[in-house]
Write a protein that binds this ligand. Structure first.
Ligand SMILES: Nc1ncnc2c1ncn2[C@@H]1O[C@H](COP(=O)(O)OP(=O)(O)O)[C@@H](O)[C@H]1O
Ligand SMILES: [Mg+2]
Length: 263
């Protein structure tokens, strides 16, 4: 397999632009006490691929994201990032976590720090960058997500859509190998959803490897190489977006989509 050309447009022929396996999840089980939240999860995400994860509430989508950067432990199975298994703790874990950028539904910006400080904190503390270098790179990223002129403000002075774009810039500042998004637009007012999705589409087009939990079908159709459908902690379908939306194979997916399309 070859490394994808980041400037190449998205095509429906995913095999052409696929890179090497970057995130490899093998036979993962996850229990919370007696409750099994993830069941027999096998998922490989290749470098440059964009995978959208959808499914009903409680199906394990957030748990899956959280196990990938080890905010949650797994009961059994393996998860590797760029060929390395996730360490249980210590320096190796911090380094691997820095390889995985995460954007949550709630933006989790530090309220007492400026936008610029929010974005430079990780690079200075974890990546040990010089402050001046971190600030220069942060400004480029803030410009890229369209909030460069807000750098000296506090999070509360920004709209929700702007704060979420800062959260994306903050994750990108760590120079991650893969970006995880867990329902990044579901807490936003409707008029702010597109400005965040546009940034994500741009990232996808630049070749960022992305795992995105979202029910925004427009995003899935525009940017995703694959749609993974989860229910009851299992992956029931893994298809190209058009195939999934037009020809779902399982009754669970058909039922889910019929409810989604009506609003
Ligand atoms: N910390 C936890 N302790 C116990 N159960 C949990 C915990 N986190 C999630 N769960 C359960 O695991 C299931 C999957 O949750 P989650 O991954 O958040 O689903 P989704 O993101 O698809 O809505 C749900 O039934 C949820 O109640
Ligand atoms: Mg969730």
């Amino acid at each position: 397999m070859t490394t994808p050309d980041p400037s190449a447009p998205k095509t429906s022929n995913i095999d052409v632009r696929r890179g090497e396996p970057l995130v490899v999840i093998t036979d993962v089980q996850k229990h919370y006490g007696d409750f099994q939240a993830l069941r027999d999860i096998d998922l490989t995400v290749h470098r440059g691929e964009v995978v959208v994860v959808i499914g009903p509430s409680g199906s394990g989508k957030s748990t899956l994201c959280r196990t990938i950067n080890r905010l949650e432990t797994i009961t059994s199975g393996t998860i590797t990032i760029d060929g390395k298994e996730l360490p249980k703790e210590g320096k190796g874990l911090a380094a691997l976590r820095a390889d995985v950028g995460m954007v949550f539904q709630s933006f989790n910006l530090f309220a007492h720090l400026t936008i610029l400080e929010n974005v430079t904190l990780g690079p200075i503390k974890v990546r040990k960058m010089k402050k001046a270098d971190a600030e220069r790179e942060a400004k480029v990223l803030l410009d890229r997500v369209g909030v460069g002129h807000q750098a000296s403000k506090l999070p509360a002075q920004l709209s929700g859509g702007q704060q979420q774009r800062v959260a994306i810039a903050r994750a990108l500042a760590m120079n991650p190998k893969v970006m995880l998004f867990d329902e990044p637009t579901s807490a936003l007012d409707p008029e702010m959803i597109n400005e965040v999705l546009d940034v994500m589409v741009g990232l996808a087009q630049e070749g960022m490897t992305m795992i995105v939990v979202t029910h925004e079908m427009g995003f899935a159709r525009k940017a995703a190489d694959r749609v993974v459908f989860m229910a009851d902690g299992q992956i029931l379908e893994d298809q190209k977006p058009d195939d999934f939306f037009e020809r779902p194979r399982t009754d669970r997916a058909k039922d889910f989509l019929s409810k989604l399309i009506t609003h």
